[in-house]
Design a protein around this ligand. Structure first.
Ligand SMILES: C[S@@+](CC[C@H](N)C(=O)[O-])C[C@H]1O[C@@H](n2cnc3c(N)ncnc32)[C@H](O)[C@@H]1O
Length: 254
């Protein structure tokens, strides 16, 4: 399983990342409006996209799903504060999730924030894709994003590299650093150490590991798991695919 330390506080996750999801929200709100519901957000985190899609489509039932109770607890508070009542949150592991009790066939599904790279093996990745497929309506649409291994710099870093500073949920300035400490070439997993330095000098360590899949192989697995690739894009604005780009957004049909 992925190192989940980055997902211990929903409020702090939002303080750092909330502003970065405009394109996902615009595109997926439109897809949901056109395609219809119910809508499933797999690895929904704090519901940045889930809640916005639900608010933009109040007639649709929207379901968020994640392994982190802390992330979803914050999402539930946000949805309630915003009076968004057509969204619900469910906890579990995406590899084995079972939402069949809800009796819903999802017309629209998505996975944002490169959460797909939290799948640490080919077996888990295929099981997850099959499971998502089983939860979807025939011809339902599923969108996911992932970085491209082919264009990622896997060089091990000796020093921390400073990223964007931000203000956390308690109003404290945070300097944020990351360092790629190991690339497991056989499994194509990179291990990244993170560190946050607060105004008072306190340093909080964290980390994340990211699995990469060879792109052409990934397309093969996607087809094996029952999906048809309908579109390949370079971003959530659905710009045309760039094979030299940092990542891909895939539009799949169940
Ligand atoms: C980078 S965050 C993205 C969250 C959200 N989709 C967004 O874009 O803001 C990755 C999320 O995946 C969740 N996650 C990681 N492994 C998971 C698993 N095996 N099953 C379900 N959720 C998982 C984490 O808890 C976290 O909320």
């Amino acid at each position: 399983m992925q190192d989940l330390r980055e997902f211990n506080s929903g409020a702090d996750y939002d303080a750092q990342y909330d502003a970065l999801y405009e394109n996902e929200i615009t595109t997926l709100s439109k897809v949901a409006a056109e395609r219809g519901g119910p809508v499933l957000d797999i690895c929904c985190g704090t519901g940045i996209v889930t809640i916005a899609v639900a608010a933009n489509n109040p007639e649709l039932e929207v379901v968020g799903f994640d392994i982190s109770k802390a992330m979803m607890a914050h999402g539930k508070v946000k949805a309630s504060n915003q009076n968004v009542t057509n969204v619900s949150f469910h906890q579990g592991d995406m590899v084995h999730f079972d939402l069949f009790d809800l009796n819903l066939e999802f017309e629209t599904a998505f996975m944002t924030g490169n959460s797909f790279q939290g799948l640490m093996s080919q077996k888990d990745m295929r099981q997850t894709l099959k499971n998502i497929h089983d939860h979807m309506a025939p011809k339902g649409k599923f969108f996911l994003d992932t970085r491209l291994a082919e264009n990622f710099d896997f060089s091990v870093q000796k020093e921390f590299v400073q990223g964007e500073s931000y203000t956390d949920s308690n109003g404290r300035m945070v300097n944020y650093f990351s360092k790629l400490i190991k690339h497991d070439v056989d499994n194509n997993i990179c291990y990244i150490e993170k560190m946050r330095r607060y105004e008072d000098g306190t340093e909080v360590p964290s980390g994340i590991d990211l699995k990469f899949f060879d792109y052409e192989e990934l397309l093969g697995h996607i087809k094996d798991c029952g999906f048809k690739v309908m579109g390949e894009y370079s971003s959530w604005s659905l710009d045309s695919f760039d094979e030299d780009g940092a990542g891909v957004v895939l539009e799949l049909k169940a």
